[in-house]
Ligand binder design. Structure first.
Ligand code: SF4
Length: 481
């Protein structure tokens, strides 16, 4: 017998962010490990494969770092008691999903490096496009790598520069001059916490404060979780250094505003809707995307629904602009952790769609506008459209709050090679037929600037115009080969 929940589907056709970073220095000397834990918990959407925390005591023996990292979600890696041995007033944490480098424990971050000047711990979000050259440069001088991630290349270059510089922040600056690509970094030295953002500003990074504790993190939602106040964003190209004397800033690497290129997908999908990036509300930009879709691609319908979670705000925006009622059509099971046993192809459960259920009563007999943030390979969209139709929707009109993906991303997002992208070499109508929708429309490329409120953005995966020359060959994952 079928109840209210009609059918289920597994949501797999989603892009994934590479990482989230969190650093803190409590100048009053209190332990920071639990704050990092809660900060990482708030950033869990940015990476679910591995996570870690490294802390140090600025008043203790110089260079002693305690760390804990492992595979899995924050609440799988850190069990009750895990933080008990992590003492220190300065620390850094990381959540990871791999787009370059295998998903293994060795590749989990933060990376902790012992070298002639002491210890460095590093957490990195982004992807370098010249990591292979930088790695070879070090290997030819005898360096032996323990991981296959570009973050270790960055850490080694900082350590090497540090030998010839007066301060660790200068070493970070010198290393940045060699690095090409996307990076938001947090570096912990024995007495300093340093945050650095690549000159294009691909990935977000911001500063917060709670009493005497300063924080640097990927998203403002982590600050709110900790009851910290937002101080400001780290500027693209800026290096901020937090010491017991406060914050200093080096902006010598900053580019002109026009040259900056934030990843617009942070607004469309990656970041949490309650975050603000460079002064722009993520929720607000998704509402706008929905409004633009309603203006540019209107349709007669009875109900607007979002594919949870990231399609919901755009669906609300579509409803506000069009006057078509907004509703809930899906119930999502959010408890699918890393250890979830996926159904085998051969078993009866292979067709059981585990993550998403349709509310039959909500859609039966209705013309439905369904909003999703993107279509990558198209596998999931087709399944969701057919679920709505099986539940009785008379028409399903799909609206997508981003333009079609036509090119891969080299900057830390797993937009795959062109041949895997459904929009590559297909017309919109051909895609519509494949997914089985009654109509299909994407957000126009010319609308992206509007959803980021005029901030300079990267649009490379939509039009192939990257802010810097992409690598001649796709080297993502090259270290394993
Ligand atoms: S290519 Fe696309 S996903 Fe990659 S940084 Fe640019 S906008 Fe973001």
């Amino acid at each position: 017998m079928r109840g209210m929940i009609h059918e289920q589907t597994e949501v797999t056709d989603k892009l994934r962010e590479e990482c989230g970073v969190f650093g803190i220095y409590d100048l009053s000397g209190s332990d920071v490990a639990s704050s990092i834990y809660y900060g990482l918990f708030a950033l869990q959407h940015r990476g679910q494969e591995s996570c870690g925390i490294a802390v140090s005591d600025t008043n203790g023996p110089k260079g002693k770092v305690s760390s804990c990292k492992g595979m899995g979600l924050v609440n799988e890696v850190f069990l009750p008691g895990s933080l008990d041995d992590l003492h220190g007033d300065i620390g850094v944490g990381h959540v990871r999903y791999s787009t370059a480098g295998a998903s293994t424990r060795e590749n989990a971050q933060p990376l902790v490096l012992n070298y002639i000047k002491g210890t460095l711990a590093l957490a990195h979000n982004g992807n370098l496009i010249n990591a292979l050259e930088l790695r070879k440069e070090l290997e030819y001088t005898g360096a032996i790598f323990q991981t296959t991630i570009d973050s270790e290349v960055i850490a080694y270059h900082i350590a090497r520069e540090r030998v010839n510089t007066a301060t660790v922040q200068e070493a970070v600056g010198n290393a940045m001059k060699k690095m090409k690509g996307a990076y938001s970094l947090i570096v912990m030295s024995p007495r300093k916490l340093i945050g650095a953002r690549d000159p294009y500003g691909f990935k977000p990074l911001c500063i917060g404060r709670r009493d005497n504790a300063y924080m640097i993190t990927s998203e403002t939602c982590a600050l709110e979780t900790l009851g910290a106040e937002f101080v400001r964003d780290v500027e693209p190209g800026e290096i901020v250094t937090i010491t017991k004397d406060g914050i200093t800033s080096d902006t010598s690497m900053c580019l002109s505003r026009d040259e900056q290129a934030r990843c617009v997908f942070e607004y469309i999908y990656f970041s949490r809707p309650d975050s603000h990036i460079d002064g722009v509300s993520v929720y607000g930009s998704r509402i706008k995307a929905g409004r633009f879709l309603a203006m540019d691609s209107p349709v007669k319908a009875d109900l607007v629904v979002g594919v949870p979670e990231s399609g919901n705000a755009a669906a609300l925006g579509f409803s506000m602009e069009s006057g078509i009622p907004y509703g809930t059509a899906f119930v999502k099971n959010g408890y699918v952790g890393r250890t979830f046993i996926k159904p085998k192809q051969s078993s009866r459960e292979s067709s059981v769609r585990v993550k998403l259920n349709v509310l039959k009563e909500a859609v039966c007999g209705k013309r439905v506008v369904m909003i999703d943030d993107s279509i990558v390979r198209g596998t999931t969209s087709g399944r969701i459209v057919s679920m709505l139709k099986e539940a009785g929707a008379t028409e399903v009109h799909m609206r997508v709050s981003s333009p079609p993906f036509l090119w891969p991303c080299y900057f830390g997002t797993d937009v795959p090679a062109r041949e895997q992208l459904i929009a590559c070499n297909r017309s919109i109508d051909e895609i519509r037929q494949i997914i089985g929708a009654d109509s299909l429309a994407y957000l126009g490329l010319d609308r992206l600037s509007g959803i980021a409120e005029g901030l300079p953005i990267c649009t490379g995966c939509f039009n192939g115009r990257y802010p810097m020359d992409p690598p001649a060959e796709d080297i993502r994952g090259e270290y394993e080969r």
